[in-house]
Design a protein around this ligand. Structure first.
Ligand SMILES: Cc1cc2nc3c(=O)[nH]c(=O)nc-3n(C[C@H](O)[C@H](O)[C@H](O)COP(=O)(O)OP(=O)(O)OC[C@H]3O[C@@H](n4cnc5c(N)ncnc54)[C@H](O)[C@@H]3O)c2cc1C
Length: 457
């Protein structure tokens, strides 16, 4: 039997897409590249995933896992001759155990749905990527996704108790336990989270839930310049009240929002903004707001507002919500870096970004999770302008070198995928990289899973 017929016999013809028009729908993620896969398959169970991986090993066909395709580093980008394993049909909640504060889900469950279910029992699933309304937990696990709340609660990895998966050689893997403590064997859970589908396909995840805060409040602090906002950010992270979000928009972000017409609520002279959240027991939140406000005050502060109701909070976030539309107006192509530095070095990073923008003549818009020292630095370019693209590539490399000099790292939450592999050697020592390659060989000796991703060639 031919390989594709075998696959159809395995899953039934409805769950194997082979028509070109259908396959093309899975040719790209959020990166501006595309490669049409040979087929797209939709398993429903762990056993079907195992059978697909075994089939792929027999026929030496590369498999590219895909959740919702919202990744922006080409993690789910097909490679020539591959089969895409789409996890959208594995969207079942298998167990919800509020008494033990966990939930067991298949990888295709939408991230916000997990939080919604948790809240029915007074709990929450803390990781909150901006794409949470449509991305799937399998993608979050593979990328160690994060969001604003992660400055207080940690990224996806901190919220995974156990995994079930199929290794690249087809073996079943169970890691961790459904308990709040675990010290048996090596911690393969932490290894698989963030492995970008290169070691194993995750088929089931037991996620940690935590008590939902009784109340939330937000603050918006507007500053005269980037340096004042960065100094305030460092002050906030030095005092004992950990914010439940600490987001930053730089001068170019504010300029873009103004040009787009979304800055009506910002006071004149605003050149940088911090958005901060507090959460916790009902009566404690006002005290937290007071402490955070004290840390946000200081030289360069133009205006500080706080809000407790949903409507007030929405108003404080209006300008931030306009940002992604505003940025798109600058240039059609966004090269999105996701760098991190220790929070005390944020001011140096932001100043360096300003200098790089001038030296390379590339509009750089920086915003993001400043409490983690994690900035999304967007290089806005025109793909058909060869000179501009060359300057952008030089600028990108200089940015990465600056980040590493400041003690930082390439990616805080988006991952490496195919787009950032070229920079990995700048960060990882050769021996460390060799050990990672050896791990890949153990999990996936035939190099079936997501080739061309995560590690450099
Ligand atoms: C508007 C927007 C906002 C965003 N905001 C954030 C943000 O705040 N924080 C953040 O972290 N990211 C953010 N992202 C990026 C993206 O949403 C995340 O990387 C997300 O985790 C990807 O999930 P997905 O379901 O789309 O996965 P995909 O893009 O489909 O896949 C991501 C990776 O996971 C692998 N994978 C998928 N399923 C499995 C599986 N079952 N087993 C093994 N590997 C698997 C894929 O091969 C790929 O490498 C944003 C993206 C957009 C477009």
């Amino acid at each position: 039997m031919r390989a594709m017929e075998e696959l159809q016999a395995l899953l039934g013809p409805q769950r194997v897409l082979s028509a070109e028009a259908e396959r093309r729908l899975y040719a790209s993620d959020e990166t501006p590249r595309a490669c049409t896969p040979e087929a797209v398959v939709f398993p429903r169970t762990h056993e079907e995933v195992a059978a697909i991986v075994q089939w792929a090993n027999r026929h030496r066909v590369p498999l590219v896992p895909r959740a919702a395709g919202s990744g922006n580093v080409g993690g789910a980008l097909p490679v020539p001759g591959c089969v895409v394993v789409g996890f959208e049909c594995m969207d079942q909640v298998l167990e919800f155990a509020p008494q033990d504060r966990y939930i067991v889900v298949q990888p295709g469950v939408i991230t916000e749905e997990i939080d919604r279910i948790a809240r029915t029992a007074g709990l929450m699933y803390a990781p909150d990527p901006g794409s949470g309304a449509y991305c799937r937990i399998g993608g979050n696990l593979a990328m160690n996704a994060a969001g604003p709340r992660c400055v207080k609660y940690g990224a996806t990895r901190e919220h995974v108790l156990a995994l079930r998966a199929v290794a690249g050689d087809g073996r079943e893997l169970r890691t961790g336990a459904r308990t709040s403590k675990y010290a048996t064997g090596y911690d393969l859970t932490r290894l698989l989270v963030g492995s970008e589908g290169t070691l194993a396909l995750i088929t089931e995840a037991t996620l940690r839930l935590i008590p939902a805060p009784e109340r939330v409040a937000h603050l918006r602090a507007c500053y005269a310049d980037n340096a004042a906002a960065c100094a305030a950010c460092a002050r906030v992270m030095q005092q004992p009240v950990v914010p439940a979000a600490l987001e930053f928009m730089d001068r170019r972000s504010i300029e873009a929002i103004r040009a787009y017409g979304g800055a009506a609520g910002l006071p004149p002279g605003t050149a940088a903004v911090l958005l901060v959240a507090a959460d916790g027991p009902y009566d404690d939140v006002p005290r937290q707001v007071e402490r955070l406000a004290a840390a946000l005050g200081g030289e360069g502060l133009i205006e500080l507002q706080s809000g407790f109701s949903a409507a007030e909070i929405e108003r404080l976030w209006t300008a931030r919500r306009a940002l992604s539309h505003a940025v798109k107006r600058i240039a059609p192509l966004k090269i999105n870096e996701d760098v991190v530095v220790p929070v005390s070095r944020l001011a140096e990073l932001v100043a360096a970004i300003d200098r790089l923008a001038e030296v390379h003549r590339i509009p750089l818009v920086a915003f993001g999770h400043a409490g983690n020292g994690n900035l999304h630095v967007n290089l806005m370019v025109h793909a058909d302008d060869a000179d501009e693209m060359a300057r952008a590539h030089a600028c990108r490399r200089a940015l990465i070198e600056t980040v590493l000099r400041l003690g930082g790292t390439l990616s805080g939450e988006h991952g490496i995928g195919s787009e950032k592999r070229a920079f990995v050697r700048l960060e990882l020592e050769p021996d460390t990289l060799a050990l990672m390659r050896a791990l890949k060989q153990v999990f996936d000796p035939n190099g079936i899973l997501n080739p061309g991703k995560k590690l450099p060639d």
